[in-house]
Ligand binder design. Structure first.
Ligand code: DCP
Ligand code: CA
Ligand code: CA
Length: 390
């Protein structure tokens, strides 16, 4: 029972009431993140790629090689390639190493992601996806708050994903979301970090504060100005000092994060992977300007969805439903994420123009979809924190 005594921020768990009616369990929170996700998917699909540097790229289409690397396998990373690097530069790094350059296929990765989330949801008490290849989960009840059972549980999850999709992931287990997330980061690739309640403080202290969930570049430099670099230093800072600089809510969160006592719960629910809107046109037409105009309200709706969920997108798709009711789509994937759909009006219009040209038919209905959703930077889905401050 030592672990329970050691845990200062106890969460009452009504589903786990003991005979006396109340029982406190140390929370067991996990975070899982798939290893080099898009590139690993490509390796699984084509095993001959294993051992070779692989990068999955977004081509902008301007010149043959213009665009950026979305992700790369570890072989390519060892040679200096990273996400966001221009393709031309990455190719130079891999010269003479027999690289494989693959075009990003969002829909394929999303389908795999959806299957994995579905499966994981069955293995944990609550699952909260936070991106295409990661999720928080709660296993307090199913482990009875026991950290050695939590370790077996995490191992079963890893085995399940290998069994069904042949993909490896990294998992962190701890008493809070922040600890769990740090654990999975450190475990990459393929590992498992279990931080028991009693080792939490010593685990956190030496880490860079910038590694904390929700601490982006802006917060990091503000902390540096205050002379705070490590999580241990942050943990020892006077609460009023943090509150003055960051406000009561975020200041309080930072301190909790640094001590592994952030109480943000795992909120079950599927993270949206796309937003879309389809309208029936006033009359059948192939005029792309007219179609885009009639989609204005739909685009505004998607814009509002993006804003309220703090999401940006990578891919925009024009959807055309022809008079014979067949559906045709045309997409564009951008090099960087975009948070304002209205800025892509021209692109949407251009995609409809292409659809009009290639189908040679009139559209009855038309729609827009944004996908490849990501959290807007510095606003990671600390769901509780954001809900309160928005
Ligand atoms: N991604 C992207 N562009 C970026 C970053 C990521 O397209 N700038 C995509 C490709 C990644 C996926 O999102 O495979 C998941 O992102 P991660 O940050 O989790 O990175 P990886 O899974 O690729 O690598 P790691 O093993 O470090 O988690
Ligand atoms: Ca990943
Ligand atoms: Ca990730």
């Amino acid at each position: 029972m030592d672990e329970i005594q050691d845990y200062t921020h106890r969460i009452q768990n009504p589903l786990n009431d003991g005979p006396s009616g109340t029982r406190f369990l140390p929370r067991v929170i996990g975070h899982f993140d798939l290893d080099y996700f898009y590139a690993q998917v490509e390796e699984v699909e084509n095993p001959s790629l294993k051992g070779r540097p692989v990068m999955v790229c977004v081509f902008s289409g301007r010149t043959e090689d213009s665009g950026v690397v979305g992700t790369a396998n570890y072989k390519a990373r060892e040679l200096g390639v990273h996400s966001g690097m221009p393709i031309v530069q990455a190719k130079k790094k891999l010269e003479g190493h027999d690289p494989e350059v693959i075009r990003m296929d969002h829909e394929k990765y999303e389908a795999i992601s959806n299957r994995i989330m579905e499966e994981l949801g069955q293995l944990v008490d609550a699952l909260e996806p936070t991106g295409i290849d990661e999720a928080f989960f709660d296993i307090t009840n199913s482990t009875g708050g026991d950290y050695s059972r939590a370790r077996s549980s995490a191992e079963s999850i890893k085995a399940a994903i290998i069994g069904s999709e042949n993909l490896t992931c990294s998992i962190g287990i701890g008493r809070s979301k922040v600890v769990a997330k740090l654990g999975s980061d450190i475990a990459k690739p393929g590992g498992l970090t279990v931080v028991s309640p009693e080792t939490t403080e010593s685990f956190l202290a030496p880490l860079d504060a910038s590694k904390l969930y929700g601490v982006g570049p802006k917060t990091t430099s503000a902390l540096e100005e205050m002379g705070i670099r490590t999580v241990g230093e942050l943990a020892k800072t006077d609460p009023p000092e943090l509150e003055r600089r960051f406000g009561r809510k975020f200041g309080g969160y930072l301190l909790a994060a640094a001590t592994g006592t952030d109480v943000d719960p795992v909120v079950a629910g599927l993270e949206p992977t796309q937003f879309s809107r389809i309208v029936t046109l006033k009359r059948d037409t192939r005029d792309s300007r007219e179609v885009t105009k009639q989609l204005s309200a739909g685009m505004q709706y998607i814009q509002d969805k993006l804003a309220s969920s703090s999401k940006s997108f990578k891919t925009v798709t024009a959807i055309a439903i022809l008079s014979d009711l067949s559906t045709k789509t045309r997409s564009k994937t951008f090099e960087t994420t975009i948070s304002d759909l209205t800025l892509t009006r021209e692109t949407v219009s251009m995609l409809f123009e292409e659809l009009s040209r290639t189908t040679g038919k009139e559209f009855r209905r038309a729609g827009v979809r944004v996908s490849g959703l990501e959290d807007v930077e510095d606003q990671t889905s600390l769901s509780e924190f954001l809900r309160q401050t928005r």
